[in-house]
Design a protein around this ligand. Structure first.
Ligand code: FES
Length: 110
């Protein structure tokens, strides 16, 4: 198991924690184990760990998409959480053992 508390790529993270430590819980993002803190939303954990241009792609145009408003308005943060598609990542707090899958146009995986 790989626990990370730093971005996997060299991008500048949009979010950083105001607390120290790797995080008390582990979530699965596309098969990669990530450390998170219980107060975080799925969107904030993802934006700390992955390049925003790799967050997901539009099912219509195929363009890269990423969370914009972080308050449930724009619907740009949709992900699959524990097998349920189209969940607003900015509204859902992480739980230990949660599985998160980025969404891409049909037949396409990152
Ligand atoms: S980031 Fe806008 S609805 Fe989630």
């Amino acid at each position: 198991m790989t626990l990370q508390n730093k971005p996997a790529s060299s991008h500048f993270p949009l979010y950083r924690l105001l607390v120290d430590g790797p995080g008390e819980i582990v979530v699965d993002l596309d098969g990669e184990q990530l450390a998170a803190h219980p107060h975080e939303t799925v969107a904030s954990v993802m934006l700390r760990h992955i390049d925003p241009s790799q967050y997901c792609r539009s099912a219509v145009s195929g363009e890269p998409r990423a969370p914009l408003c972080m308050m449930g308005v724009c619907f740009e943060c949709l992900v699959e959480i524990d097998g349920q598609k189209n969940q607003q990542a900015c509204f859902v707090r992480v739980r230990s053992g949660m599985t998160i899958r980025r969404q891409f146009p049909r037949g396409e995986r990152q």
